[in-house]
Design a protein around this ligand. Structure first.
Ligand code: NAP
Ligand code: MG
Length: 431
């Protein structure tokens, strides 16, 4: 597989696909000892892994900048996020306690066992953090993990795999590059893989869920989004206008939580768009991941209301763009720097329009009225909502979607439990 820098269109690496059978066999073998590593020792190894990630932070960030076109700030944050996740979940092995219920005739004990081999399938938009959302809690719970990075962006995952090899026993964390429809599909179908954590498109997510049904392989799905910002007239409009471009144009809109729909109360519609305009026109997007993705994004854009200058030359650039909502751009996930805007008149109408989508990942409410902020946050069907903010993913908080945005939750304190089976053992004490 030829790996291309999306900012220069130059080839930066060639990566050979991995061997599914050999990788799963090694993960199976490694599981037998990893599951029995004492909790304190597993914790120590995860902290050591975190410190090695910190040591390689510059290199990881540089690789992500070259492979995914990310900004330096984002790339450094992403590598730091892997370190933070490993540190956070390193506390889990020491805390995964079971329960016991007092009974007269025996010991009734319930505890959490690791599942075995876990497959983590990752998209190209945030290659490092999304891999770590899966592998950090899964390793902490005593599983061995195989990460299948996206075909376009395997380099940071491969580097993380190398770092893991220095600190963890062989086979505990492996990277399996390759095409989704071949290597990815074979991983999903492998009978020795006990859980798949998939992040990606709705279409592929549904195929994976169907494939998992064969062996009842456990599955969590983090899928697409078409999240809305609802902006009421009483909000701090200048603050919202400054914050909003990042909510949708960061990472060139290649963000499942991008607030790609904007509902503005009609009485401030014109005023808000004039406040927003300079922030959009001065926004510098990173390149899109591929020429194909740029063609897709382009196909949604006709007659923009506001647009940043178009960048020419090498690289898959597309400018920050605001559209008056049309049928297609309002309903479909574009995964590019495109914001669709629609006015509304009442709170009830705003909620109805925000919920009129098959997705339900995130959303924002901008208002100074606390009661309304809480009412609307409750009424919007989404896994995560932020008020006067577009914050979406914080590793200490559960994250995931409703409706077709996904199934299950990642992150937060309970994530390791999702990589376990609950088991009960009753021991009779009767004579
Ligand atoms: P994608 O096409 O669904 O691919 C995601 C991953 O699945 C890639 O590693 C891909 O491999 C692999 N894959 C493809 N077909 C497969 C199959 N049949 N069996 C097993 N694996 C397969 O998604 P994408 O285009 O890379 O990413 C964009 C999508 O991800 C967007 O819809 C976005 O909203 C979503 N996303 C969601 C979240 C969230 O947390 N909810 C976060 C980030 C992104 P190849 O790369 O080799 O095709
Ligand atoms: Mg794809």
């Amino acid at each position: 597989m030829r790996i291309i820098n999306p900012a220069t269109e130059e080839e930066i690496a060639v990566v050979a696909p991995g061997d599914v059978e050999a990788t799963v066999a090694l993960a199976r073998k490694a599981f037998v000892s990893w599951r029995d590593v004492a909790p304190g020792e597993r914790a120590r190894l995860l902290r050591l892994f975190a410190s090695k990630v910190e040591e390689h932070l510059d290199e990881l960030a540089q690789l992500e900048m070259a492979n995914a076109g990310h900004s330096e700030g984002n790339a450094r944050w992403e590598a730091g996020n892997v370190r933070d996740l490993l540190n956070y979940y390193s506390g889990a092995p020491e805390r995964l306690c079971g329960r016991q219920i007092p009974v007269a005739n025996g010991w009734d004990v319930t505890f959490h066992e690791p599942l075995g081999v876990v497959g983590v399938i990752v998209p190209w938009n945030f290659p490092m953090p999304i891999a770590a959302w899966g592998f950090a809690p899964a390793l902490a719970a005593g599983n061995t993990v195989i990460v299948k990075p996206a075909e376009l962006t395997p380099l940071t995952a491969l580097k993380l795999g190398e770092i893991a090899n220095e600190v963890l026993p062989e086979g505990v964390l492996q990277i399996l590059p390759g095409h989704g429809s071949e290597v990815g599909a074979a991983l999903v179908k492998h009978p020795d893989v006990r859980k798949i954590c998939f992040t990606g498109s709705v279409e592929v997510g549904k195929q994976i869920m169907a494939a998992c049904a064969d062996d009842l392989t456990r599955v969590t799905l983090e899928l697409g989004g078409k999240s809305a910002t609802i902006l009421f007239g009483d909000a701090d409009l200048a603050k919202a206008a400054k914050a909003l471009p990042d909510a949708v144009f960061d990472n060139a809109g290649q963000d499942c939580c991008a607030r790609s729909r904007l509902l503005v109360e009609r009485r401030v519609y014109d005023e808000f768009l004039s406040l927003l305009k300079p922030h959009v026109e001065s926004y510098e997007c990173i390149p899109l991941i591929s020429a194909e993705q740029r063609e897709r994004v382009k196909s949604y854009v006709d007659n923009p209301l506001i647009q940043a200058p178009v960048k020419t030359g090498k690289g898959f650039w597309f400018p920050a763009t605001v559209l008056a909502a049309g049928e297609r751009d309002w309903n479909e996930e574009i995964f590019g720097p495109v914001l669709s805007v629609l006015p509304f008149d009442t709170e009830e109408e705003a909620v109805r329009l925000a919920n009129d989508t098959e997705f339900g990942l995130s959303g924002s409410v901008w208002t100074r009225d606390v009661g309304r902020a809480l009412r609307v946050s409750r009424a919007v069907e989404a896994g995560v909502i932020s008020v006067n903010s577009h914050s979406s993913v914080r590793y200490w908080t559960p994250f995931g979607g409703v409706k077709q945005s996904g199934l299950g939750r990642e992150l937060g304190p309970d994530a390791p439990l999702a990589f376990t089976e609950t088991k009960n053992i009753f021991i009779s004490t009767e004579e």
